[in-house]
Design a protein around this ligand. Sequence first.
Ligand code: SAM
Ligand code: SF4
Ligand code: SF4
Length: 361
Amino acid sequence: MTPLLPMLGAPPRASSAGNATAGNATELPADRFGRRLHDLRVSVTDRCNFRCVYCMPREVFGAQHAFLPSADLLTFDEIVRLVERFVGLGVQKVRLTGGEPLVRRGLEDLVRRLTAIDGIRDLTLTTNGALLSARADALAAAGLQRVTVSLDALDDPTFKRMNDARFPVARVLDAMGAAETAGLGPIKVNTVVRRGVNEHAVLDLARHFRGSGRIVRFIEYMDVGHTNGWRLAEVVPADEILTRIDSIFPLEPISPTYRGEVARRYRYRDGAGEIGVVASVTQPFCGDCNRARLSADGKVYTCLFATAGHDLRALLRGGVADATLDSAIRTLWGSREDRYSELRTAGTADLARVEMSYIGG
Ligand code: SAM
Ligand code: SF4
Ligand code: SF4
């Protein structure tokens, strides 16, 4: 990790793409590989009402687990202030996540305040859907634009094997409907695929959501954190997922909508809509990775697999000026060299990575 304060104001080294930023506070920072900051994921809590086995296994995140005390969480004032700084430096997309973002009380107020920030083009939320039906109208009224809802299977037994919570699939589907009615569509559906657990759900979900306007994104099971016991053998490669779907419902690729889009997009040749695959393990996309993550306690992580974050909360609570915050963000992004997925080897497995429920998925 780069220490923030000693480096404040130091210009970043020239990037490989030759477009590093210099002194102008309004210019976008580029990192050492020329990647420009575009997306910010804001984790509003490290808590969750599910215990997905690939994210927060119950044996680790049980009754004794020490979640962040509420005094450590960024307040809404602090989140808004940081998001304003990031947007001023070029962030255009903000996604609220967690943990489960809807367990954070009053999230609609945060959404309303973020909506008012000039320069955010896209304000979205990723949720497991459990609390969404009751909140969709209020979230839409507050200005939320879209939601992504995670769903790993269409049958209850498999869904339970993935999320380790007794929550019926039907209620997640109802939540998607409520979100669409509230104007939060088109819905994206995130599905983590794990070998031997929910492989059969790939075709179930493709069949179910074809023609619905909902876009399923099949995600390769990733080695985030240390608690999920990840093994490469449990990853179902995106190409295999595509082959399975294409053999029943023929597909063709679609161009990305913007540089750095994580999901590779495909449409059904018969016009029944589209799907995406996120091949973070088998076809890493670090070269275009333009996102930063803000943890619930105010640390910025420039990679999902980072071993340490940059503590902006300490600066905020120390009474820092906006210009100093901007310099800190420019410095940390300008010195960024992350490309974990491209470098993934047996040797990287032991790095002290943070958990996804903390850093924000
Ligand atoms: N709780 C919300 C939810 O589940 O949608 C938001 C946070 S969750 C960490 C964000 C996304 O990360 C979810 O779609 C989840 O499936 C995905 N995810 C969590 N652990 C993962 C892993 N080990 N590999 C791939 N995706 C993962
Ligand atoms: Fe909770 Fe989302 Fe992690 Fe599942 S993936 S445990 S719903 S934070
Ligand atoms: Fe971005 Fe890190 Fe993932 Fe590479 S491994 S795509 S740098 S978050």
